[in-house]
Design a protein around this ligand. Structure first.
Ligand code: ADP
Ligand code: MG
Length: 725
């Protein structure tokens, strides 16, 4: 670090209150310094090797072993200079977090007792973690343990440095011995190939001969909470489940709207500074940071990049937020709903399609043929989202998100598309008259196709309530959960749009009059799928009714969303583009049900543990204190009025009895879960029966928290957690 950090402030010279020495780093110097990126490759690899590797990256070919050996050697030398002793294949199995298995570079000791540091091409390209310890949803039996990780050379290797040492991390895909995908990356890379192929076909049919590649571009805005780490460590529910399972609302919540975009406190700012520096070194272009709606809630957004890199980088963002928080005696909560009654956290997935020569298919653009391309792309996206709304909804399903979606703080569970005034008007004209003749306002764009309307640029207003909003030159899918990988959502987006492009291309290839056919397709698609467009308030009850009238699905929970992952429509879609096989989809269904049941089981058991070991004893202590007071006051002064103590004692005892009853009922529900056969039934049981009993236990406990002496209550309150940072 030191080499690039220029200025140091003396302990007294800075503007910081804690008198700690602050170092200021030049961002351009540190950016990407821990990444084996193009600059490093060009510098360190022999020219021939460099060219071969670049060709492999560009064309997606296999890397020959001789080239891999040279790359591996140089990568190791570079990593060792950065302090690395180990390397790891870094991958994203289906348990939601990233995984790694560290090996050191050392060779077997030689006869002189010394070792060498080595790293071969084979070790770079292929790893072999034990696949049986990762979820496979029945694709692998535990005795069939073979799984492989394979280098994704389109995502750069990097060195992760921290107090524990430095490690060379190699982004990899993770597959079973038999080739099935066991991770997020494999299908993502397949879906990127599908959209690339179909979008290029479309471009060619519209006369584009220059673009060579179409890349889905993604920018993920990450929301998170920060709480004081000492407070966090006193909350078993946060430790075990990532969210609070008990907790009464503090007198002040977020009703004053004073946190959103508010000034960032110094403690948090210094945390953000460290996060940014770590991310910049890892080549993550962290750009925007601000406070979010809820107290203690914040957001970080990087500059968008290639889809698979953006997905990897979002994992790095999540890892880094957590790691750096601990250094600042904070805890980063990535859960979608850490606090009931307070806004939850999501991840906005900004998505567009950009060619290697810089054409964004979703940008209205300036030149006529691009506008045709835009309107056609838009019509295709509307159709794709409408056709596969349930699948898109599923891609954002995770357990924490169930508490957030549809709760007047996040998009509803109904998928719809927001277009904004001008595009909606254009679309209406197409629907009414077969063609649009004017645009509402703003600078005109001319499409050059007679019946395709002119319209103005950058006129979309914001609509925070829409799950899928057009925002100028991209779509923003806002349903994703804050702790979930955005991999799945992008697999779905890429593939459903690829399918629609493919269908349109098939039609255009047969067409005699291509221009006329394009106009007809735009009109047909907009007509058939207009029900998916909605520009009003997505949080309102009227919209739920209207959506039902339009026949749009309103899938309220993860367990109800899962079946869409292996419906016949979905299987046909994914098999057509070789993104998933039926077996892979079925395995993912199994994994999701299984994870759902397991996580709710942990939540329920944590509630039982905390209630019986901490809350009930605390309430008994409090009751005893009240009873003692009544006895002592009465014996000291028989005429004294002890009615206050008596009333509180009566109330407390009643709630205590209610708590104990709910506790037993929850225990029983958890024990009975073993009788549920089959993963779907089990998940549904946890969703319906167990969760209802969890709610029933929480209710009297939260009431008790408002009554019992604060010094007796066994854990920090919501107020302590969200206002003490
Ligand atoms: P907004 O205010 O509309 O949310 P921002 O400029 O803050 O827009 O961008 C939010 C995220 O979207 C950022 O990560 C940004 O890099 C990303 N983004 C911007 N343009 C595109 C695009 N064309 N495709 C994908 N992501 C984009
Ligand atoms: Mg945004």
């Amino acid at each position: 670090r030191a080499s690039h950090c220029r200025k140091k402030l003396s302990p007294t010279g800075g503007n910081r209150m804690d008198n700690k020495e602050t170092t200021y780093c030049s961002v351009t110097d540190i950016f990407g310094e821990n990444v084996f990126n193009d600059t490093v490759m060009r510098e360190r690899l022999p020219k021939k090797t460099y060219q071969k590797l670049k060709q492999t990256i560009r064309e997606g070919r296999d890397l020959d072993i001789e080239t891999a050996d040279v790359v591996a050697h140089e990568m190791k030398e570079w990593a060792i200079e950065k302090g690395a002793t180990h390397y790891t294949h870094w991958f994203q199995p289906l348990n939601g977090v990233s995984a790694e298995k560290h090996d050191s570079f050392i060779t077997a000791p030689m006869s002189n007792g010394k070792v060498l540091m080595s790293f071969s091409g084979k070790e770079l390209i292929k790893g072999e973690p034990d696949a049986s310890s990762f979820p496979s949803g029945g694709l692998r039996a535990t005795f069939e343990a073979r799984g492989y990780t394979a280098w994704d050379c389109t995502s750069n290797a990097f060195v992760r440095q921290d107090a524990a040492g430095a490690t060379l991390c190699i982004p990899t895909a993770f597959c079973a011995y038999t080739g099935e995908a066991l991770d997020q990356k494999t299908p993502l890379l397949r879906s990127m190939e599908a959209i690339n192929e179909q979008a290029l076909r479309l471009l060619r049919l519209l006369g584009n001969t220059s673009s060579k590649k179409v890349i889905p571009s993604v920018g993920a805005e990450q929301e998170y909470f920060l709480v004081d780490r000492d407070n966090y460590l006193k909350r078993k529910d946060l430790i075990y489940t990532g969210r609070t399972l008990f907790g009464a609302m503090p007198p002040k919540g977020q009703e004053m709207d004073d946190h959103y975009f508010g000034a960032i406190p110094e403690r948090i700012e210094s945390f953000m500074k460290d996060v940014n520096e770590e991310l910049w070194k890892l080549g993550v272009p962290s750009k925007t940071q601000h406070n979010e709606v809820a107290p203690a809630q914040h957001e970080l957004a990087p500059i968008y990049g290639e889809c698979n890199v953006a997905v990897d980088q979002n994992h790095l963002v999540m890892e880094t937020l957590k790691k750096v928080a601990v250094r600042h005696k904070l805890q980063c909560l990535l859960h979608e709903k850490p606090f009931a009654g307070v806004n939850g956290s999501g991840k906005h997935n900004n998505w567009s399609l950009v060619t290697d020569d810089g054409i964004n298919l979703i940008d209205p653009g300036k030149r006529p043929h691009e506008n045709t391309l835009f309107l056609l792309s838009l019509a295709c996206i509307l159709a794709a989202v409408d056709k596969h709304a349930d699948l898109l909804r599923e891609s954002a399903a995770d357990i924490g998100n169930d508490h957030r979606l549809g709760g007047n703080e996040a998009p509803p569970c109904v998928i719809s598309v927001f277009l904004g005034d001008q595009l909606a008007d254009v679309m209406e004209q197409v629907l009414d008259k077969g063609e649009a003749t004017h645009s509402k306002k703003g600078a005109k764009l001319q499409t050059g196709v007679k019946s395709i309307p002119d319209f103005a640029k950058d006129v979309t207003d914001r609509n925070r309530t829409s799950p899928f909003a057009f925002t100028g030159n991209k779509f923003e899918f806002r349903m994703c959960g804050s702790q979930d990988s955005i991999g799945e959502a992008n697999v779905v987006l890429n593939t459903i749009v690829a399918e629609q492009f493919a269908d349109v291309c098939d039609e255009l290839e047969k067409a005699k009059d291509r221009d006329a056919t394009i106009q007809k397709i735009i009109k047909d698609l907009m007509t058939r799928h207009q029900r998916i467009v909605f520009d009003g308030n997505g949080y309102s009850e009227e919209w739920r009714k209207e959506a039902a009238r339009r026949g749009l699905a309103d899938i309220r929970s993860m367990v109800d969303a899962i079946p869409a992952l292996a419906s016949e429509t979905t299987v046909a879609l994914f098999e057509r583009f070789h993104v998933f096989t039926r077996e892979e989809l079925n395995s993912r269904v199994e994994i999701e049900y299984d994870q759902y049941a397991k996580e709710i089981n942990i939540e329920a058991k944590t509630m039982v543990d905390v209630a019986s070991k901490s809350i009930v004893p605390a309430v008994i202590r409090y009751s005893t204190r009240l009873a003692d007071s009544i006895n002592q006051v009465s014996s000291a002064c028989p005429e004294a009025d002890t009615s206050v103590q008596s009333t509180i004692l009566k109330n407390t005892s009643k709630l205590l009895a209610k708590t104990q009853k709910a506790l037993r009922a929850l225990e029983k529900a958890v024990a009975d879960a073993d009788q549920q056969r089959g993963s779907e039934k089990r998940a549904q049981y946890f969703h319906k029966t167990v969760m209802a009993r969890m709610d029933a236990l929480r209710q009297p406990v939260d009431e008790l928290e408002m009554i019992v002496d604060k010094d007796l209550w066994p854990m920090p309150s919501y107020g302590d957690l969200i206002f003490e940072v």
